[in-house]
Design a protein around this ligand. Structure first.
Ligand SMILES: C[S@@+](CC[C@H](N)C(=O)[O-])C[C@H]1O[C@@H](n2cnc3c(N)ncnc32)[C@H](O)[C@@H]1O
Length: 219
């Protein structure tokens, strides 16, 4: 049950957060995500080339089988739809509209980072243009690791746009290179993950939305 009155959880006492500056995971708008995401947004958050870059990466990584799209909405950007795609996000209307998803779950990862899935039940997990909204990313990474099969990939992709009041302050206070470092730290502090890679997946010469990705495989 979602509590509309609830606000940000207390800062985590998990010692893995000790290396991040105070206030890094605070947000300008600490009110419940339920409020912010209650109205459906049937929009795209990055341009066509950046979306194509997400799909191309999923193809390159041969994502198939049972896949989880966390922080999902009405689009999941796969070129080839996986056999079984579970979409998890905040807005039921958006998730219901997701034509690639075989099922969906409404779940607030900031209120409860635990994923409602069995251990080792997914071949891959993706998170597109959303990692910057997590206030307890390490716990979510732990959970993604738990739910992945051995060798399964976790792909994070992001651009330089966001809902600024809902992104963590640490994200808003740095640039593209800093964003890649932040996500890289999340992999380093969780897992174990192997072969963690980071790339700019759109052309550096292009004028549209850049698309960065960081991904790694469950060891
Ligand atoms: C910028 S949109 C990106 C949606 C989609 N992944 C895409 O590629 O278009 C951010 C998404 O993050 C999800 N989200 C934001 N806060 C969340 C939370 N606390 N728990 C779960 N999902 C969340 C929202 O439902 C929203 O769909």
């Amino acid at each position: 049950m979602v509590n509309e009155e609830s606000t940000e959880p207390e800062p985590s006492e998990d010692p893995r957060y000790a290396g991040f500056p105070p206030g890094f995971f605070d947000r300008v708008d600490p009110s419940s995500d339920h409020n912010f995401y209650s109205e459906p947004r049937i929009v795209t958050h990055i341009d066509t080339d950046a979306i194509a870059a997400v799909g191309a990466l999923y193809e390159e990584l041969k994502l198939g089988g049972r896949i989880l799209d966390v922080m999902s909405s009405w689009v999941s950007h796969f070129v080839d739809t996986p056999d079984d795609l579970v979409a998890l996000g905040m807005n039921a209307f958006e998730l219901e509209e997701n034509r690639q998803a075989t099922s969906w779950v409404q779940h607030d990862l900031n209120l409860n980072p635990q994923l409602p899935f069995e251990d080792a039940s997914f071949d891959g997990v993706v998170c597109c243009v959303s990692i910057d909204y997590l206030v307890r990313p390490l716990e979510v990474f732990d959970e993604v690791h738990r739910c992945l099969k051995d060798g399964g990939v976790f792909v994070n992709s992001f651009s330089n746009r966001c809902f600024p009041t809902k992104a963590i302050r640490g994200w808003g206070q740095t640039d593209d290179r800093g964003h890649v470092s932040i996500v890289g730290e999340y992999y380093r502090l969780t897992g174990p993950w192997r072969d963690v890679q980071a790339e700019l997946r759109t052309s550096a010469a292009a004028s549209g939305d850049p698309l960065f990705a960081v991904w790694g495989f469950k060891e």
